[in-house]
Design a protein around this ligand. Structure first.
Ligand code: GLC
Length: 737
């Protein structure tokens, strides 16, 4: 539709019609037959406003969305098509690893391809907007939403954010893309104590330096929507923060897309204590710049009376409605309200072999080999192998936010390993993922069948463990697959105990006592605390929630078809007491290491450094860094830093190496982190080959943000670190004059 026609439509709409464009309700408001007794009784909204709603949450399916779209448009005076929005965080039906695994690939190009694939699947099912990428920087593994974030570093998160926006939105014009809705703005990952929905409070330099860059990167990549965080920032809930949503987002960064609240976040302004009732909450949110109210009755029940009472200028509603109409028009919904919805395309695209292959490749690159004593991996297929543990033969490996996926499509570890070993594989669960049924039932509303399935081993208790130990005794190697139950990570899943369950630890311990070589595979949405079992295993492969192709991808790594190339995008703590832990810490006035004297910045009851550092990961050939040098020692501000590197693979396996470049500004007007990632590159290095490259870094990347939120560059000495992880680097120095 031409802009002039869209403007005419807008001018012709009643205030209630315009308010309708600003409200979003979940699927049951549109699918259940008798809506008068449906959920809106809980929200107290009228059928009139439901019929005018401009978007719907988490409804997919070509035929379902077409039916709902037709019904809704028929009810509307101006027949305005709805936007269908869903949580497609790491895949729609073909699920790839959760974003902490995507970060661990250090491969933005591959991540972009996966998002493009997810967008095609979702578009065929009638979806228009995905609530991704989530790029919240995270420093605390107690927070369940580590699952959804690429990790702890603003530069790596920015790279993944750009890749995801590019991948989702690439094919928007051809009906097979998705509008990317960036979240959660802003700094949700900084919740105090890793407790869900908790307070976020930080200095301006920390906010601008460490938390805002990934959102800015996504906006610079063209994302068209952004979701406000449920949390407050420095005392102001993000959903009512006009400094954040107007001064920064719109004015400073030039974002001109749509701002949607998170689920019921507008109503929650009352709980935050910044609004006395829904009316004041609605006024504050709209005046702060929130265009769409997701799943609350605020905008639908309060905005009209705010206008008639002369408190709110109707123009504010019109401005917000205009942004929503423009977005719909960009998608071409006025010409084709069904966008890409097509049963034929669904049948052709969804879970295709091509899509599965891409998910498998991504999963392979996300797996992080954290230990491999005596090169126990790759495994020898002629050996007898026992596969034990709750994840040995389990399809629930997709994680909490694979909301539209079907577990039954997942390739289990047993499936994948059998392709290599055939009948030479013995497999049994041995123990369950969780030991306490109350804990399990308290974390999610599982059905009784689901509870039975999750706790299937403990039903027969000791015998299951004995069967497992018998299989272990008969084998040369034991692969044990353990971890978190899939609902233990994700939203509202903060934990204070990050250890494996007691029975999983017991299984590892008992197999260890049999003097068997143990390969431990951990399935989890976040870093777990593994120091207590690390010495008992010979190899440790971290698999996150690996997705639909889990079994085949993990087997390809275990048997050496693919060399592991994942590197951690988050520091792994030795214990919960170290949290929050992250590598880019300030030096303090009394810098310490684990052997420092008493009066230094350390713990007296724990080592200081993480169990595994940021950027860490092993491979099947170690790559040597040779002739690492700067092109010169002194630079002027307009010159790029040039780093020459030669990689030498003296092993027998081709590998992919992640070269990481960090820097430190040792003397500045504001204390600077001991290291900050500034550049990285993932390169393939074939066996017995060497690979020479140059990494160039413009000086603006060495700026830091001060407490006014301004980026400043200060001349002087810079330490440059080049290596395979944040601790294992070659140090160089240069001077900016
Ligand atoms: C949830 C989450 C958000 C999600 C939204 C819609 O509360 O915070 O990430 O996209 O609601 O499901």
């Amino acid at each position: 539709m031409k802009t002039i026609e869209l403007k005419e439509l807008l001018m012709d709409m009643s205030v209630l019609e315009k308010i309708g464009q600003l409200v979003q309700f979940s699927g049951e408001f549109f699918e259940s037959q008798d809506v008068t007794y449906g959920p809106q009784q809980k929200l107290g909204i009228s059928q009139e406003i439901v019929d005018l709603a401009g978007s719907v949450l988490n409804v997919t399916g070509a035929e379902t969305t077409r039916k709902i779209q037709m019904n809704q448009m028929a009810k509307q005076p101006h027949h305005i098509p709805m936007l269908f929005m869903s949580d497609i965080i790491y895949g729609y039906k073909t699920i790839y690893p959760n974003p902490l695994g995507l970060g661990a690939t250090w491969n933005p190009e591959l991540v972009a391809q996966a998002c493009e694939m997810a967008a095609k699947e979702a578009a065929a099912s009638g979806n228009h907007v995905t609530f991704a990428p989530m790029v919240d920087v995270i420093h605390d593994a107690r927070w369940g939403r580590c699952l959804e974030s690429p990790g702890e570093d603003p530069i790596l998160n920015s790279s993944i954010a750009q890749a995801m926006v590019y991948g989702f939105q690439k094919n928007l014009s051809t009906g097979s893309g998705q509008i990317a809705c960036l979240k959660h703005f802003a700094a949700y990952g900084g919740v105090e104590a890793g407790r869900e929905y908790n307070t976020v409070d930080m200095s301006m330099s920390n906010l601008f330096q460490n938390y805002l860059p990934p959102y800015k990167a996504a906006i610079d990549a063209g994302c068209k929507m952004i979701m406000t965080s449920l949390s407050s920032l420095n005392g102001i809930p993000c959903t009512a923060d006009s400094w954040l949503l107007k001064d920064i987002l719109r004015e400073k960064w030039g974002f001109d897309g749509v701002i949607i609240s998170d689920y019921a976040a507008i109503r929650e302004l009352v709980s935050h204590g910044v609004a006395i009732d829904n009316k004041e909450a609605s006024l504050k949110a709209l005046m702060a710049g929130v265009d769409i109210d997701m799943q609350s009755s605020c905008y639908s029940n309060e905005l009209e009376s705010l206008v008639t009472d002369g408190i709110l200028d109707e123009d504010k509603i019109t401005e917000a409605a205009w942004k929503v109409l423009k977005l719909k028009n960009e998608l071409g919904l006025f010409e084709n309200p069904f966008y890409g919805a097509s049963k034929k395309l669904e049948d052709k695209n969804i879970l295709s072999q091509e899509n599965r292959k891409l998910a498998r490749n991504l999963c392979e690159e996300s797996l992080v080999l954290l230990k491999n004593d005596n090169n126990v991996l790759p495994l020898d297929i002629t050996k007898k192998i026992a596969l034990l543990g709750p994840y040995a033969d389990c399809q629930d490996m997709l994680g909490m936010w694979a909301v539209h996926a079907d577990n039954s499509k997942t390739v289990t570890l047993k499936d994948g390993i059998k392709k290599y070993l055939g009948s030479n594989l013995n497999c049994t669960k041995g123990v369950d993922l969780v030991d306490d049924i109350k804990y399990l039932q308290g974390m999610w509303d599982f059905t009784s069948e689901e509870v039975q399935d999750i706790l299937s081993a403990s039903k027969n208790n000791a015998s299951e463990m004995n069967v497992a130990l018998t299989l272990a005794k008969e084998s040369d190697y034991v692969v044990i697959a353990v971890g978190e139950q899939s609902k233990e990570s994700g939203e509202a899943a903060s934990k204070t105990n990050l250890h494996l369950s007691d029975s999983q630890i017991e299984l590892i311990d008992k197999v260890h006592k049999l003097n068997k070589k143990i390969v431990l595979i951990v399935i989890s949405g976040r870093p777990l605390v593994l120091e207590d079992i690390l010495e008992k295993v010979d190899a440790l492969l971290y698999a996150w929630f690996p997705g639909t192709e889990a079994g085949d991808a993990i087997a390809n790594i275990l048997f050496g078809k693919v060399s592991p190339s994942g590197r951690l995008s988050i520091s792994f703590p030795r214990n919960e007491g170290q949290l929050p832990i992250y590598y880019s810490q300030l030096p303090t006035g009394r810098p310490a290491n684990s052997n420092s004297a008493r009066f230094t910045s350390r713990y007296i009851d724990s080592q200081l450094d993480p169990l595994f550092p940021f950027g860490y990961g092993l491979s099947y050939s170690e790559v040597r860094y040779k002739d690492v040098q700067l092109s010169k020692a002194t630079y002027s501000v307009d010159e790029e830093l040039e780093i020459q590197i030669t990689l030498v693979n003296e092993g027998v396996k081709s590998v992919k190496e992640v070269i990481q470049v960090y820097f430190n500004d040792p003397v500045a007007s504001l204390s600077q982190p001991v290291k900050r990632l500034v550049a990285f590159k993932k390169v393939k290095v074939d066996a017995q080959k060497q690979y020479k490259l140059i990494i160039s870094i413009p000086s603006y990347k060495l700026k830091f943000f001060n407490n006014k939120g301004d980026a400043v560059f200060e001349k002087g000495t810079f330490n440059i670190y080049v290596g395979r992880n944040v601790h294992d680097c070659i140090k160089l120095s240069c001077e900016y004059i």
